[in-house]
Design a protein around this ligand. Sequence first.
Ligand code: BGC
Length: 742
Amino acid sequence: MKKYIFTSLLFVLIFTSCNKSNISSTEERLDQRVDSVIKLMTLEEKIGQMVLYTSDWDVTGPTLKSGYLDDIRSGNCGNIFNAHTAKYTRKLQKIAVEESRLGIPLLFGYDVIHGHKTIFPISLGESASWDMVAIEKSARVSAIEAAASGINWTFAPMCDISVEPRWGRVSEGAGEDPYLGSLIAVARVHGFQGNDLSDSLSILACVKHFAAYGAPLAGRDYNTVDMSKRVFLDTYLPPYKAAIDAGAMSVMSSFNELDGIPASGSKYLLTDLLRTELGFKGFVVTDYTSINEMVNHGIVANEVDAGLLAIKAGVDMDMQGEVYFKYLKNQVNEGLLDVKLIDESVRRILKVKFMLDLFDDPYKYCNEEREKRLVYAPEHLEAALDVAKKSMVLLKNENNVLPLQKGEKIVVIGELAASTRDLLGSWKAAGDWDFMKSTIDEIKLYNGESNVIYTEGCKKMGEDRSGFPAAIALARRADKIVMVIGEDWEWSGEAASRTSIKIPGVQTELLEKLKTLNKPVIVVLMNGRPLDLSKESTLADAILEAWYPGTMGGKAITQVLFGDYNPSGKLTMTFPRTLGQVPIFYYEKNTGRPLYLENPKYKSRYIDCPNDPLYPFGFGLSYSTFVYSDIKLSTSELTENGNLEASVNVTNTGGVDGEEVVQCYIRDLVGSVTRPVKELKGFEKIYLKAGESKVITFKITPDMLAFHRLDMTYGTEPGDFKLFIGGNSRDVKETNFALSVQ
Ligand code: BGC
């Protein structure tokens, strides 16, 4: 009772102190409220706000270690992650608000990456939709469900550019392109945070993993990252920056080192760049125990020094490492650490708690009635179905074997066709799969039980071929063969790097045998990374890349296979012919010896494989065909303050309505430093009825041509440029223009 009275007093104090003063801006008012709390805090309580502990949960529901409950009560723990449900978070929040001395509310973090309960396609899949409205909607629905289940902070969006398919975490990102990646980062931040962080349907976004985590050496997770500063600034930084500019109020420091300094100890990254240059105003949390890991990195001798390095670099919150908890207090008392740094961090964290309106309404996310109403709401499932369909990429469709016709006799083969868990992919948050329908269930529902036979044929992993004969026998009786193959869901995501990007096990071997039956073979892929499909692409008549498509994935696959939805997805990562080509990406440089096929000797090439990928960035087919006219320019001379319009006429020459992603690329032909052969500068996803044409116009302004020049300043250089427009990064129309200075 006594404690509760004290807590109430704190609220009165914060409230009245703000009302009395004559404060003009909201920002100042916020600062005053924060300061009024900080004034009351002991050093221990301040450090308590700077730690984040995971709950220790099992399948029957989340439970916290009793020690952590005491930490919340004593003010030694201000933030929890991996605890959810309105009921459970209310229980913990009650301890913080009503039993701790100051009653400061908790942040509840969770990896709501592509859905909370209703799971959307994995992020890489979503990116292939090139549909910012759909992507924002996915993040919005995720926020609404998470917020209804007690979560007020998601560890997303993941903004790591990557050209490394060996790295399992490409599944969590938006692919290889900085421009597209930036737009997607913005859409996700807007979706999570809404228009107003204080809205009870909004949750705090966290930009991760800062920085350059997507470029680990040899594709091995957590490995060293080393790249030139120019590449970092021009290619890897833009999506993080875009997310911060969009208002994300937390950033997660990454596990990797960059240029010899682990991110969680890098003052350059976390203070000079993030705060001074990018103007970030929120707080920085580490990745899981990444302060402690700086000892292994070899940048400090022990955890005591690691904590000091981290806080001086700009880390505000220690995720799970207990380093801040154990050592900061003594370091202040011994004069090794200025308490002002601690105050700064606490100020940033409390400010966000105020922005979330947690002080005034600490239980706003803990409403069981709302949770019941919103989790798995029909409109959320509808949105998940919509995004899943939009994310699928048709890679091949020889002789238009797709779409399937209703009533056709089909055999469906592959363990993945019957799996529900795999549909969700990694980071499925609180998503359940026991009530979901598998791909085969949905195909049967759609096409009629009697027209569909299912047999496993083989597992997704392992060498067992015992199911081959039955699969072949059943396939003989079918009109068409659909084989669902790919990777186990655990083969992508964190700690899931591979040294091969081939389809695992004996799945391809069975496909080879099925091919000999001379029947149309359709492959549906479930995977979280670009794969080497060189063999499968010769065996299959059609290939549909379905990724891990989420809760509604089985239905989405079915609707696309049967043509209820005309596929419109385009790859956001290059699919190589072989792992030997990796890293391979469309924005490569030209080299001094570019390959021209008529005279290949002593050119930059492989002697055993072409240079180009199997499926380039931006590639994806449709059940329609789209024809592009030549490009028309409004002027071929772009002036410093002017703009130029580039137009093409796109016609749907197919027999069905469909969507096309019209893409615009630019090449700067001569620069003070060499420039990529193509860079995406714009795109538009259009819908064209069969036979319809549309003129699509891209407006080019000089700022779109800026880069980090020889002297590292950011800006443009006059000269000649190429402009390309097409349906992928390879098949384009091109023209030239010049940028002039007056
Ligand atoms: C991952 C982060 C994640 C964190 C909390 C780490 O292992 O790298 O992406 O947000 O765990 O679950």
